[in-house]
Design a protein around this ligand. Structure first.
Ligand SMILES: Cc1cc2nc3c(=O)[nH]c(=O)nc-3n(C[C@H](O)[C@H](O)[C@H](O)COP(=O)(O)OP(=O)(O)OC[C@H]3O[C@@H](n4cnc5c(N)ncnc54)[C@H](O)[C@@H]3O)c2cc1C
Length: 360
């Protein structure tokens, strides 16, 4: 009863962000992260599903409700210091959180809600489709970021369910003005992708919002080690194509992990990048399940097994950008850390789905 007297209606709670000293209104339906992004505050984040830990912040004061179990993501020390995940917390009172929102160059494009008509659906492999859509409002994003697309007809706890998809081309390069593209992999039993592969047609209207994400090319001179798995090639290609437009001259090694030759795609775009890159550009496809008699003479196995052969002792000089399935990213990061590349030189987007999120 007493706590009810002191608890403000969640509708008019505020979140104070220190040390930047910014204030954000938080309504009952929004997570702290969503409220910040809706008000164009560049709060660090990636997956927005409680799986990557990028939106962690220290709860300095106030009370939050947590939607998923954070103990899988945060360390024992972080839990002791009252860290929370902003994407999985709603405010129950006014709160103050501590997080650095002023990192140099972090994109702060306003989040927009818009609709887009599908203009092309092109199969790239047996289970990856390139989806092109013309948006009613042009999306302003930085290459590497993603959008949230609503799953048609699915509502949970009064809110429409959405899934994250990375833009697969540099801004303004997917076709006519306002056109964006995505590479979407079919997930068996998946709510959105089964609908997309079975029911969506050219002319179908998608709805969504964005941009989101902290996966974008940081300025610097270090050579780039780009690692993509499956549909994780989407933001890597966007980011490299944007870098090429901007005249970036850093050497690039691009690893592309897939199961078999039939899972490789967009090779023409990679070849074009390689041919026109203003520096060295090495492309290394690695197949994990290609049959012995297929005639494949390229690399086999898993990507980290090839770091030494391709990069030798230079590996530690790189900045790494990784995108794709979480196990691939975790395995690569472990080897990169051992090779001396620390947190400041590793950037990644894990393509988490609902099977990775643990409810509180
Ligand atoms: C930042 C980010 C960017 C992404 N970008 C891309 C991209 O560019 N391209 C791409 O293809 N994907 C991308 N993804 C993944 C994408 O958002 C979806 O998660 C994926 O497409 C699956 O969506 P779905 O609705 O088809 O499957 P879901 O309905 O989410 O189901 C996924 C799997 O989980 C299982 N499942 C469902 N509910 C539960 C539950 N409660 N417990 C356990 N298992 C469950 C399902 O059976 C299925 O196997 C990205 C993810 C993130 C976080």
């Amino acid at each position: 009863m007493l706590s009810r007297l002191f608890r403000r209606s969640a509708v008019d709670c505020t979140m104070r962000i220190v040390p930047a000293g910014r204030e954000v209104k938080v309504n009952a339906k929004s997570t702290l992260l969503q409220a910040a992004l809706d008000q164009s505050i560049p709060f660090p984040h990636d997956c927005r599903a409680g799986g990557c830990g990028k939106c962690k912040c220290r709860l300095v004061s106030g009370k939050v409700r947590e939607l998923t179990d954070k103990s899988y993501i945060l360390s024992a020390e972080e839990l002791k210091q009252n860290y929370i995940l902003a994407c999985q917390s709603t405010a129950q009172t006014d709160v103050t959180v501590e997080v650095d929102i002023d990192a140099r160059g972090r994109p702060a494009h306003p989040v927009i809600h818009t609709r887009g008509e599908i203009t092309a659906l092109d199969p790239l492999t047996h289970d990856i489709m390139r989806v092109q859509a013309r948006l009613e409002d042009p999306a302003i994003y930085t290459a590497g970021q993603y959008a949230e697309i609503y799953v048609p007809g699915v509502i949970k706890d009064g809110a429409r369910e959405a899934r994250s998809y990375s833009f697969a081309s540099a801004p303004g390069t997917a076709g006519t003005v306002g056109t964006v593209s995505f590479f979407i992999r079919r997930v068996p039993g998946g709510g959105f992708t089964e609908w997309l592969f079975n029911e969506a047609k050219v002319g179908t209207v998608l709805e969504g919002h964005g941009p989101y994400g902290d996966f974008w090319l940081r300025p610097g001179d270090a050579p780039l080690l780009c690692i993509a798995g499956g549909s994780g090639l989407a933001p890597i290609l966007a980011l490299l194509e944007q870098a090429q437009i901007e005249g970036v001259t850093r050497d690039v090694t691009l690893f592309f992990g897939a199961r078999a030759q039939r899972d490789l795609y967009a090779l023409d775009r990679i070849e074009a990048l390689k041919a026109n890159w203003h520096g060295k550009f090495a492309f290394e496809p690695v197949l994990s399940a290609e049959t012995d008699d297929s005639g494949w003479t390229g690399r086999r196995g898993f990507i980290p097994e090839h770091f030494e052969a391709v990069l030798g002792t230079r590996i530690g000089q790189h900045h790494a950008y990784l995108c794709g399935p979480p196990p691939m990213i975790d395995a690569c990061i472990k080897v990169l850390n051992d090779a001396g590349i620390g947190e400041e030189g590793i950037f990644f987007d894990k393509f988490l789905d609902r099977s990775h999120v643990v409810e509180a």
